[in-house]
Design a protein around this ligand. Sequence first.
Ligand code: SAH
Ligand code: SF4
Ligand code: F3S
Length: 473
Amino acid sequence: MFNTQVSEKEHDEARQGEALMLENKTEKNDARRLYIESYGCAMNFSDSEIVASIMMDMGFQTTSDYKEADVVFINTCSIRENAEQRVRNRLKEFTSVKVKNPGLIVGVLGCMAERLKAKFLEEEKLVDVVVGPDAYRDLPNLIDKVDDGNKAVNVLLSREETYADVSPVRLNSNGISAFISIMRGCDNMCSFCVVPFTRGRERSRDAYSIVKEAEDLYDQGYREVTLLGQNVDSYKWSSEDGSDSVNFAQLLERVALVSPELRVRFSTSHPKDITDEVLFTMSKYENICKYIHLPVQSGNSRILDIMNRTYDREWYKGRVDAIRRILPGCAISTDIIAGFCTETEEEHQDTLSMMDYVVYDYAYMFMYSERPGTLAAKRFEDDIPEEVKKRRLTEIVDKQQQHSHRNMLAQVGKVQKVLIDGYSKKSKNDYAGRNDLNATVIFPVDERFKPGEYVNVLVERCTTATLIGKIAE
Ligand code: SAH
Ligand code: SF4
Ligand code: F3S
């Protein structure tokens, strides 16, 4: 089951050197290979980097081809029925490789692992190991068990685990932008949501380890970090002796102070918790990007109440007004659920009118999908017919497209500071980057500037999703 094949490139690298390189080659020859694929939110992608780090400490190397792997992990999402379906389809492809190569270890990680626990092993006979989001430190032990011919499960949730001391291995990274997980879990029990069950209680990570991670990334050449949590505004950490206590606004400030050249983003803000202090901190530092993801879910107060979001329409509008007042021009994005239990046509209209009020820059829009075990599944009937949900979603999506376009058009003619991410997907003659507001900006390559550098771009035109321009002299 050990994969001893070495790629051409590795052969060449090994041949170049002396004894040390030969040693490396032997290591490479012996190393087992890990392939890891992630689904769901940024949190999951960030967790996969923790998993890769733990597995590399065990001597694994990562590979980008699952067919040459000794261990294949799929880091899963449970948020909607179709997210789980996508994972199951992909898992079939992995297990079909296992039929030919029985030594292959297939592991299911993340939220579906936590939701389904050992049941997963009954449902998917070819899966060897099931690991929940708080149990990744146990991977060495679990892989040992599988090596001994057993199946292995650890789905214990923790009140403390933040992996603060694990240094993530950046996967699929452009070397410019990275995620930093600042907290885990969620205490908010929104009635539709499975996350509190799959990720457990909310806990905040040591502020010093967060700032240190940002500093290390900056030293390695990264120029943008995104601080991640399901509800970043309730970040709260105190040192053990109680001498230092940090809330989200203060953490944001500490990370912004790492360097004015390091852009800071964050996600997700909860409308009930986002404070003016956070908004003032954003306005104080140029390098904190003026972009807030503020999921509304619904524009109707009765629906928000039964969703257990703990704010109403007026409160949400008040928070948007505060953003407009303190951070003029700040981009705002949202998540919207169409067809939640008992939603009437008038209540759906309230969501559309809320969109008109805010004119969101971006939106992630979904049909309600009942999740087993959630409060909504227990209390309410999923009674909006599929075609009604679809039609409401279409109305929401159509409106958002108009609004996105309108917001893009408003940026035409302006000079914007863009962080170059790399080449445009469509042409090597163009660079792609993002502005402060998180919009993608495409402009002709100029050899004086490299990916990872900032450049001022004059926006000349736009599509619904992209700004197009040229470097402003
Ligand atoms: N913590 C974030 C959301 C994380 S889940 C927040 O509070 O906003 C991402 C989005 O998925 C949610 O905002 C919601 O719009 C959507 N979502 C969650 N559960 C869902 C469900 N059962 N059906 C449809 N969409 C859902
Ligand atoms: Fe889910 Fe609500 Fe927590 Fe977001 S805040 S993760 S929607 S329970
Ligand atoms: Fe999905 Fe889990 Fe994130 S359910 S959205 S991967 S927290």
